[in-house]
Design a protein around this ligand. Sequence first.
Ligand code: THU
Length: 161
Amino acid sequence: MQKQISISYDEFSSLEELSSKDRELLEKATQSAQNAYAPYSKFCVGAALRLSNGLIILGNNQENAAFPSGLCAERVAVFSAGANYPNMPIETLAITAHSTLTPVDHPIAPCGACRQSLIEYEHKYKQKIRIILRGHTGKIAIFDGIESLLPFQFGSDELGL
Ligand code: THU
């Protein structure tokens, strides 16, 4: 039997179409991308997340000469939130990127490892994390939770603890 999964998301053509809270978050992510440390890839990613108490936490990618030692913007942001506000659910995460090597004119989706990390916090707080994606230019995509980006999930339930 063949089964199908479909996902839905909202697409917007410009910042002006977003709510003021979402626009602010995406603007903060864009500012955060300016502080990325990406001397190797030149691909600068910015992330900004809003906690349920309204606080905004920023992250950007931090690269390393020993390549695997670097970390993506999304995980810098969610780990910072987890470290500093351990009991505060994450409501929304905005992600954007720019590069000096290539135009980034479409939404940049989080890598697999970041999706897995985001799932952990959805499970921890039993609350979906809205995800706003945008390239440096172009359309904006909004997902109402990480399940849309990673429908088959591995979580602590599987561990039988
Ligand atoms: N990167 C992120 O920050 N987030 C992602 O989800 C994808 C990739 C970073 C890692 C590395 O510093 C650069 O982008 C190129 O892969």
